[in-house]
Design a protein around this ligand. Structure first.
Ligand SMILES: NC(=O)c1ccc[n+]([C@@H]2O[C@H](COP(=O)([O-])OP(=O)(O)OC[C@H]3O[C@@H](n4cnc5c(N)ncnc54)[C@H](OP(=O)(O)O)[C@@H]3O)[C@@H](O)[C@H]2O)c1
Length: 325
């Protein structure tokens, strides 16, 4: 039987941020279930995290899965538009999830969003996140909204793939004036700690979940290059050219390496806020500590989506050839 007081639900606990949140909850002695699209993805939890489907087409099922849950930690979103998934669909699904949670009597939702969401943003990632935040604020369920800019640590994609490219190529193209815009990465364990702390609270909160260091895009790439000891030529190029190069690279790695939207969001400064750091793990130190492994393998967003039986971090290790550098 589930213990009502202690039951927490985490979306995507076999994925990235959700896995760290679930780990922390279990370590704190809570019971955890997950709602996931990938119930067969390998994970470290044994039978301690029962999996239920993210059944957006069956709200009653979703509601039943959430029965007795005290806090829902929602990590669900999609990174970009693709013929199999879209921001619009993610927005609609998130509304279904929030509604099911409310009907199930969930007391609190800890929702992972993004820095600088705005409903009138031309970038769907940011406008969709802003609308889902509003839905939650208006839902009547207690909430904590955490807004990270970029995650690093463990199985992250962006920082890992910058390192991967630095390991492979002598020249690294930067988008436009790469000193003019910045980003504030937070370690995934810091984000998980914040999420669990906010799950315990009863205050409604909206928090920029940024790490202790602010980088310009150039200084971020320099920091990673220095950390993994790769001395590369970093060249500012027109963003359109960098995007085109990313597209070509994407063909080779069978992934969407970077999208136009991501470049626009980054260059518009949307991954930077004026706020006090909420995490304490420094990316610059973490890169050095992880220099032997960081970027050795390409981390593929599409592989994660299309092959749901493989754990994050191993998505490129198919027998027919890994993309190790
Ligand atoms: N990663 C970052 O650098 C970053 C930066 C800023 C904000 N965020 C936000 O932080 C949250 C967690 O990010 P994460 O990187 O940790 O995500 P993740 O673990 O890869 O995915 C989180 C959840 O969303 C589902 N999901 C992801 N992409 C999907 C797709 N295309 N179609 C269907 N389901 C999909 C996953 O499905 P499964 O159940 O199959 O695993 C999982 O349940 C997200 O809301 C994201 O917007 C992340």
């Amino acid at each position: 039987m589930r213990n009502k007081k202690l039951l927490h639900a985490v979306t995507g606990a076999f994925g990235y941020a959700g896995r760290y949140i679930a780990t922390r909850l279990l370590n704190d002695g809570h019971q955890v279930i997950t709602l996931t699209n990938s119930p067969r993805r390998p994970h470290p939890f044994g039978n301690r995290v029962p999996a239920f489907p993210l059944a957006f087409d069956d709200a009653a099922h979703l509601e039943a899965s959430l029965a007795g849950v005290e806090v829902l930690y929602n990590t669900y979103w999609v990174r970009f538009n693709h013929h199999q998934f879209s921001h619009r669909e993610a927005e609609k699904n998130t509304a279904i999830l929030f509604s099911a949670a409310k009907k199930a009597g969930v007391k609190r939702i800890v929702h992972i969003s993004i820095t600088n969401p705005r409903e009138d943003s031309p970038l769907e990632y940011f406008s969709g996140k802003a609308r889902t935040e509003r839905l939650l604020l208006e839902s009547g369920v207690g909430y904590a909204i955490l807004r990270p800019a970029v995650l690093f640590g463990g199985e992250d994609i962006l920082i890992n793939n910058i390192a991967w490219a630095l390991r492979r190529f002598p020249v690294f193209p930067l988008f436009g004036d790469s000193q003019a815009y910045g980003l504030q990465p937070i370690h995934v364990e810091d984000l998980a700690s914040l999420a669990v702390r906010e799950g315990d609270s009863r205050e409604n909160t909206l928090l920029d979940a940024i790490g202790p260091e602010t980088f310009t895009y150039r200084s971020l790439v320099e920091t990673i290059a220095r950390g993994i000891r790769r001395w590369r030529l970093l060249v500012n190029v027109p963003p359109g050219l960098a995007y085109a190069l990313g597209r070509v690279l994407g063909i080779f790695v069978r992934d969407t390496f970077i999208t136009r939207e991501e470049i626009c969001g980054l260059m518009a400064g949307l991954l930077q806020v004026k706020a006090r750091p909420a995490g304490h793990i420094r990316l610059s130190a973490w890169v050095v500590q992880n220099r032997e492994t960081l970027g050795r393998r390409y981390a593929s967003e599409l592989a994660r989506r299309l092959n749901r039986d493989v754990s994050y971090g191993n998505e490129c290790c198919s027998p027919e050839g890994s993309m190790a550098a």
